[in-house]
Design a protein around this ligand. Structure first.
Ligand code: SF4
Ligand code: SF4
Ligand code: SF4
Length: 305
């Protein structure tokens, strides 16, 4: 299970207005470029995660609108890598490129899933087996991309923040120019309070309180999501209804073959005599998996990125 002092992000769907400022902030901070898309009659944009778009806001339109005076109604969801405790992508990676990295700010820790492009062999096993379909391979950049929980921000990595001298500022007697530097870009940008960041324990407590409040105020199905899915997610959600209404799998499943692969085939596995078979399989399967994953998540083309 996840460590209570791990860092986590809280998304409160009941406070989200779908403005997508978080999506833009993610792109901006992580220096991702735009890609051309077409309007397909939805506000979602783009319609699936890409190597250039690591998170996006889903506009889930309910078949039956809850009792409300609003003409329009959506269940908004912030969708990205969930930084699973039992991360499938880490389990299946045959080259050790995708790993969990421990970062610490002194009081608490975060275990972030990241891929080292230098080690990635492009087999796409992580892409094929991720229970949230949340990582993407980029052939041009030769690497796997996903939300990295802004590790450079939350650890105050010096390169991420220019010194006052570099920024040409006279900082004598001035307040810290980056007072919220240790918050992820998406969290920092949200103006409605739908996003929060802290230890997983704190985020879960806040989520439970909010879900209780929503239950007492008309949302009888209000609930917390992320507590124990895939060993516990490092994104915690407050939902006003069942997860499937938000495009979230109630019980995200890890393909059965992952356990066989991890135990018998993966190089370095306990029964690693089959390691060579594993490498050949990894390389050979890449093309097939790439084809399978074309158009995963939401298959419709459209929107504008
Ligand atoms: S959501 Fe997918 S890519 Fe992210 S940690 Fe979990 S298995 Fe890996
Ligand atoms: S934590 Fe950082 S990388 Fe992840 S979605 Fe937010 S802005 Fe993007
Ligand atoms: S910035 Fe906040 S309100 Fe806007 S879409 Fe993101 S989570 Fe929702």
């Amino acid at each position: 299970m996840a460590n209570p002092t791990d860092k986590a992000i809280l998304f409160d769907a009941s406070k989200c207005t779908g403005c997508r400022a978080c999506q833009v902030a993610c792109k901006n901070w992580n220096q991702r470029t735009y890609t051309r898309t077409d309007n397909n009659g939805t506000y979602e944009n783009p319609l699936e995660l890409t190597s250039q778009c690591w998170m996006r806001i889903l506009f889930n339109e309910p078949e039956k609108r809850p009792a409300t005076d609003d003409e329009l109604y959506w269940y908004f969801t912030k969708y990205q890598c969930m930084h699973c405790t039992d991360a499938t992508c880490v389990k299946v990676c045959p080259s050790g490129a995708t790993q969990k990295y421990k970062v610490s700010d002194g009081d608490s820790e975060a275990w972030l899933v990241k891929t080292d492009p230098k080690k990635c062999i492009g087999c796409n096993y992580c892409v094929a087996t991720c229970p949230f379909q949340a990582c993407r391979y980029d052939a041009a950049e030769k690497g796997i991309f996903r939300c990295i929980m802004c590790f450079d921000r939350i650890t105050n990595e010096p390169d991420a923040f220019p010194t006052p001298e570099q920024a040409g500022l006279d900082m004598k007697n001035q307040p810290d120019p980056y007072p919220t530097r240790n918050r992820p870009a998406c969290v920092q940008t949200c103006t409605t309070g739908a996003l929060d960041f802290g230890t997983r324990e704190e985020m879960l407590a806040k989520a439970e309180d909010r879900a209780d409040y929503l239950k007492q105020n008309g949302s009888k199905n209000a609930q917390v999501y992320g507590l124990d899915q895939v060993g516990g997610l490092h994104y915690i959600y407050v939902l006003e209804d069942e997860p499937d209404k938000y495009g979230l799998p109630a019980k995200p499943t890890v393909p059965a073959g992952v356990h066989v692969w991890e135990t018998l085939v993966k190089p370095g596995a306990p029964w690693g005599g089959l390691a060579l078979v594993g490498l050949v399989a990894a390389a050979g399967a890449g093309y097939v998996i790439n084809k399978r994953n074309e158009g995963m998540e939401r298959k419709v083309q459209g929107g504008g990125d």
